[in-house]
Ligand binder design. Structure first.
Ligand code: NDP
Length: 261
């Protein structure tokens, strides 16, 4: 078989069913667009149903297949209901993108326990609960893909984001542990560490942290902030047959931010 005839299948997601948590905006929507372009049916899963419906309309306007199903990733029952509704509607689940996340920025000494738990519950526990909920359906499909979203703060510290950094460090270890557990089921679990991407989350950060915008631009070799569409390619790669022997890996998508000395 020639390289050209085998190449498309490597990145073809036709017939695949994908859940993207936090898929109604920002990085999640950027990834959802990539998966849909590659042929997947995308379930946009977040709390705000109005925003999720708007995202579905945006996807559908480009010919993509997408629906929205509400979820709060902090609840095990909600995560299970999301997977059950997906399988009831589409018969299978192949791909889970654990993208839902928040940040609360403060000096470490001023967090309440509730604020600490809120960040950990959504960013780390939510990824675990969704993965756990998806596991039986992925097994049923003969295997599948889980993509967890870490951060530059999976590897660097930040004085204004202690629970966030702890949660995103945890996401990398969660990824490795699930990868080792579920490789036998033909489920690949990988993590993406985005650099600084222009979204609602980082618009807040730029308002709250003086000089952040300029610092990021100066440190990033690509000399720009990322856009949600910059995250589409890695989502497709880690969801497609092209990455079938890659598991437990973390891939930075950061314009070179993390390798700048
Ligand atoms: P946004 O704030 O734009 O989007 C966050 C998404 O998460 C929304 O869709 C939101 O939907 C969803 N969400 C939040 N809480 C919950 C919940 N409890 N249950 C279900 N969905 C939830 O952020 P980004 O797009 O910037 O971030 C997406 C991911 O990427 C996060 O994990 C973030 O930490 C990570 N990241 C972002 C970077 C950046 O520079 N932007 C850099 C590195 C990592 P709703 O409110 O409707 O529930």
């Amino acid at each position: 078989m020639s390289a050209s005839s085998s190449a498309p299948a490597l990145f073809d997601l036709t017939g695949k069913i994908a859940i993207v948590t936090g898929g109604n905006r920002g990085i999640g929507l950027g990834m959802a667009k990539g998966l849909a372009d590659a042929g997947a049916m995308v379930v946009v899963a977040a709390r705000d149903e109005v925003k999720s419906e708007a995202a579905v309309k945006e996807l559908a306007a480009t010919g993509a297949k997408a629906v929205s199903i509400a979820v709060d990733v902090t609840g095990a029952a909600s995560c299970r209901a999301l997977v059950e509704a997906t399988v009831a509607r589409f018969g299978r689940l192949d791909i889970l993108i654990n993208n839902a996340g928040i940040n609360i920025r403060k000096v470490p000494e001023s967090y309440s326990a509730e604020e600490w738990h809120r960040v950990l519950d959504i960013n780390l526990t939510g990824s675990f609960l969704c993965s756990q909920a998806a596991y039986p359906a992925l097994c049923q499909a003969g295997g599948g893909k889980i993509v967890n979203i870490g951060s530059m703060m999976s590897i660097f510290g930040a004085s204004f984001a202690v629970p966030y950094a702890a949660s995103k460090g945890g996401v990398v270890q969660l990824t490795k542990a699930l990868a080792t557990a579920w490789a036998k089921d033909n489920i690949q679990v990988n993590a993406v560490l985005p650099g600084w991407i222009d979204t609602d989350l980082t618009r807040d950060a730029r308002r709250q942290v003086e000089g952040l915008h300029e610092r990021i631009e100066a440190r990033t070799p690509a000399r720009r902030w990322g856009e949600p569409r910059d995250m589409a390619g890695v989502a497709v790669f880690l969801s497609a047959p092209a990455s079938d022997f890659i598991t437990g890996a973390t891939i930075t998508v950061d314009g070179g931010y993390s390798v700048q000395g």
